[in-house]
Design a protein around this ligand. Structure first.
Ligand SMILES: *Cc1c(COP(=O)(O)O)cnc(C)c1O
Length: 368
């Protein structure tokens, strides 16, 4: 038996040679962050920090156990009721992370009905793939509802799920949720919608694009909502099922009191942040214009996530380095996170950027 490291090191060398090796880099607080998902700047909002501290003081640094073991405070149940109302659903359930949620909720759903079939957008997030494990995915071309319809006609069945996102994390484009839900209804399929990047940012009061039209909606609490964790929302029966059958909920320690405290504050603030949402969308539009003027493809982005396509991984890495020298933290996204040959810089904007910081970004972009 070779030493484990002897198996690992040549693999790492291969990634390095292809420009695909990932490294944990120390963060440099002097850089202007246009890489993270703190879209409304809430992670540093005084009310979130204050409430996270207050919940920590009251309930402790940790949650001690699964909620099925340690019990659930009335305050957490109230937060879930508030999230459910925000999403236009009967009930909601909070998880410690979105990856954990998608990777464990989907298996619990696929236990239901006979011979479930799953139709997935080609650009779905890794956590959705994790949730589908070895289940055969019937993939439709990205956001191509005509292709989805063709596949639904070709593969009939009593239990069919469409699994997709409302805002795609690497392209920054949106799904047509009204058309998707109509299509799902027409073909007798359930719709599972990931709203990680829409929650807090798009839709009335920042409640996302689903507006009660998906069978199951999930979203994260660590992006625009500024804290940590994720929620799933749908019918009361759905949530009761997950409490009984979803391993990622049952066998995992509840999110920290600090995370619940931050969520409580975010749910008070987010519905009123229309001005921040409007500014965010204006900045994104200006950034797309600047990139296009430099000849970059920004794909179908219409949101706060703006890609600039380079193609080769190495070229995207070099561009990220040049932006770093200009004082900006922008991240090069490479395969396998995005399809081969579509390495890119992924800008994700925040309403917390000052005008001066945003102008610095535009200037740096015009020099790329
Ligand atoms: C970030 C993300 C997740 C995972 O959420 P975490 O809370 O960060 O684990 C799930 N789906 C999509 C589309 C995401 O972008």
């Amino acid at each position: 038996m070779p030493a484990l490291d002897a198996l690992i090191l040549p693999r790492l060398a291969k990634l390095e040679a292809a420009g695909l090796r990932r490294r944990l880099a120390a963060c440099d607080p002097s850089l202007v962050d246009v890489a993270s998902n703190d879209y409304l700047g809430l992670s540093r909002h005084p009310l979130l920090i204050e409430r996270a501290c207050a919940w920590t003081k009251k309930h402790g640094a940790g949650s001690r156990a699964s909620r099925l073991v340690a019990g659930t405070s009335e305050e957490v149940l109230a937060l879930e009721r508030k999230l459910a109302r925000f999403k236009g659903c009967e009930a909601a359930l909070i998880f410690a992370s979105g990856f954990q949620l998608n990777s464990s909720v989907l298996p619990a759903l696929l236990e239901l009905g006979e011979k479930p079939l799953v139709f997935t957008d080609r650009l779905n997030h890794a956590s959705l793939h994790a949730g589908l494990g070895s289940v055969r995915q019937i993939r439709f071309r990205h956001n191509d509802l005509a292709h989805l319809e063709e596949l639904l006609e070709r593969y009939p069945g009593p239990t069919r799920w469409i699994v997709t996102e409302s805002v795609f994390s690497m392209d920054g484009d949106t799904a047509d949720v009204a058309a998707l839900s109509a299509l799902a209804a027409r073909h007798g399929a359930y719709l599972y919608l990931d709203e990680a990047h829409a929650t807090g940012v798009l839709g009335p009061q920042g409640a996302g694009l689903s507006q009660g039209r998906a069978t199951v909606t999930m979203g994260t609490l660590g992006k625009a909502l500024g804290g940590a964790g994720a929620y799933v929302a749908g019918s009361r029966a759905l949530i009761d099922w997950l409490v009984n059958r979803c391993a990622g909920f049952i066998y995992s320690t509840a999110p920290s009191p600090a995370a619940f405290g931050a969520l409580e504050a975010a749910l008070e603030l987010v519905p009123q942040m229309e001005a921040e949402r409007a500014r965010l969308m204006q900045m994104a539009e200006r950034l797309r214009k600047a990139l296009k003027a430099r000849g970059f493809d920004t794909l179908a982005s219409t949101t706060q996530i703006v890609p600039a396509i380079f193609g080769e991984a190495q070229r995207a890495l070099e561009a990220a380095q040049r932006l770093r020298e200009a004082g900006l933290l922008a991240v090069a996204i490479r395969p396998p996170t995005v399809p081969a040959g579509s390495a890119r810089l992924r800008f994700s904007l925040s309403a917390a950027l000052t005008d001066a910081q945003f102008e610095r970004l535009l200037t740096a972009v015009t020099r790329l």
